[in-house]
Design a protein. Structure first.
Length: 128
């Protein structure tokens, strides 16, 4: 599965990159929403793991931009936040998140969510 990890913190990007590539996924990283938007335009991602609070374009804004485009609106979004799931539910973009995970990232939870989203992506591809 091709995954885009979007986080402004280098340590978080590296940790997620290492974890996901060890599972056999192809992973690219972006440092903010603008960087991610450019990468999405030139690559075919099956999942975007997006941080909430970032400079230039935050994760909610990135999600909103992806959802506006027919080519990208069906890419599953795993939204990461330090603000808590209840705060994420208050965001207007919450409806576009496939799943939400709180930071610091719990690795077993991350792996479970990526697996679920991967299974959903494969199911959608088979039915689409």
């Amino acid at each position: 599965m091709n995954i885009l990890v979007v986080d402004d913190k280098k340590l978080v990007r590296e940790s997620l990159f290492n974890t996901l590539t060890q599972l056999g996924h192809y992973v690219e990283c972006a440092v903010n929403g603008l960087d991610a938007l450019e990468k999405v335009k030139s690559n075919n991602y099956h999942l975007c793991v997006i941080d909430h609070l970032m400079p230039l374009m935050n994760g909610a804004q990135l999600t909103k931009n992806l959802n506006k485009n027919e080519l990208y609106k069906n890419i599953p979004i795993l939204f990461m936040t330090t603000q808590g799931i209840e705060a994420a539910k208050l965001l207007p973009e919450y409806q576009f998140f496939s799943a939400v995970i709180t930071k610091p990232i719990d690795q077993p939870e991350l792996l479970m969510l990526v697996s679920q989203l991967s299974d959903n992506e494969l199911l959608n591809a088979a039915n689409g």
